[in-house]
Design a protein around this ligand. Structure first.
Ligand code: UD1
Length: 361
């Protein structure tokens, strides 16, 4: 039977792209889908193409008392807008993907008595999901274990994996040929917001590499600082074949081509690179809160042999150059890590998550 399902997702790629992947799977099964997101999410026009979506007012609950009061009022406005859209469309179930903007639609779902399934992308429940758990009818996880769900009925927890976009699934393929004299392709991505640290540290690290490695490099650097053009010129002048862009729309192809990825440890970036099976140097967003979650992702993946965890404080140009040199000169280290990554990939995640949604209907 056809249903109308609302997906609630924060506006960064890390939350919105898994929602997109589930939306397309549910639509392929004949359901109608609407994504409730916020202003930043609506900017991903490629991800939302052909999917009904609603842009809600949203705010995080961080800051002083006055900011908190304003935030509560904004969330209430979001809740009313979300609720009236759900009623109008006759929504029958809601899936929350985390991020504070998922709060209002999740509460709207409960006020309408609709079943609510939460999806967690990371190894530990995010703040928003932790707070929403008491209202949830089910929890879908991306890893076999998820921390922070103590007290929630384990019978209602299902491991689905983190759904990735079609363009990522379509790019799966063997690890690229690797060895003497062949090109070495390095992909550097900071997550949906890019990361200033990579603009600061990666170029000098590349320039410090021995000429024999430097001249074989083909680098894709996601970076959106004002000095992006200057960095591209500097690398070019040093004989490094580099493309510097604020965001890569062709992430699947770039991951497929890459021998090594240098990245933050956002859970959705991790799902993308595990699905394609590429090794990585993880440099998690530093400092507590939601950001601590990236440190845990990085630790988990490094322990599984997918690559290295380097805290940002230790990421000096010299340290990165030494690591790159070690990785690129070992004949086995990167191919082995690529195999460990692929073993953790979950290409069936969208389908498993759609099954979990249909069980709630
Ligand atoms: C500040 C913040 O809220 N961070 C969270 C957010 O991060 P963020 O939104 O950065 O999420 P991720 O790094 O997990 O995902 C980014 C997505 O953008 C894609 N991409 C990235 C760069 C690029 O040039 N092209 C491209 O397509 C990646 O392949 C990935 O699919 O969601 C993640 C998943 O819940 C969380 O782990 C992060 O803590």
């Amino acid at each position: 039977m056809k249903h109308v399902i609302a997906l609630a997702a924060g506006g960064t790629g890390g939350h919105l792209f898994p929602a997109e992947a589930l939306a397309r799977e549910l639509m392929a099964r004949g359901h109608d889908v609407v994504i409730h997101t916020e202003r930043r999410g609506a900017q991903y026009t490629q991800a939302l193409a052909g999917i009904a979506h609603v842009v809600l007012p949203a705010s995080s609950l961080e800051g002083g008392v006055a900011a908190k009061v304003r935030a509560v009022l904004t969330i209430l406005r979001g809740l009313l807008a979300s609720r009236s859209d759900m009623k109008r469309r006759k929504v029958t179930a809601v899936v929350g993907f985390g991020g504070y903007p998922s709060f209002a639609p999740a509460l709207a779902a409960k006020s309408l008595g609709l079943p609510l399934l939460l999806h967690e992308q990371a190894t530990h429940l995010s703040k928003a999901n932790r707070q929403l758990l008491r209202f949830a009818d089910g929890l879908a996880t991306s890893f076999p274990q998820v921390a922070g769900a103590d007290g929630f009925d384990t019978g209602r927890i299902v491991e689905t994996g983190n759904p990735v976009r079609q363009s990522i699934l379509a790019a799966r393929g063997d690890y690229p040929a690797f060895g003497d004299d062949l090109p070495l392709r390095l992909l550097v991505v900071g997550g949906s917001q890019s990361a200033a640290v990579f603009g600061r540290v990666v170029p000098p690290a590349l320039l410090a590499l021995p000429a024999g490695i430097r001249q074989r490099l083909q680098v894709s650097l996601q970076y959106k600082g004002d000095d992006a053009d200057a960095i591209a010129r500097q690398l070019h002048d040093a004989g490094v074949d580099a493309r510097v862009q604020p965001f890569f729309d062709d992430m699947g192809q770039r991951l497929r081509d890459a021998h090594l990825v240098v990245t933050r440890a956002g859970a959705t970036t991790a799902a993308d690179l595990l699905t394609i099976g590429r090794p990585a140097i993880f440099v998690p967003l530093p400092h507590g809160g939601a950001r601590e979650e990236q440190k845990r992702n990085a630790e988990t993946l490094a322990q599984a042999g997918v690559g290295w965890h380097v805290p940002e404080a230790d990421l000096t140009p010299d340290a990165l150059a030494a690591l790159l040199r070690q990785a690129f000169t070992s004949p086995t280290r990167l191919p082995d890590a690529a195999r460990a990554a692929a073993a953790l990939g979950r290409p069936d995640a969208a389908s498993r998550l759609a099954d979990a949604v249909e069980r709630l209907l």
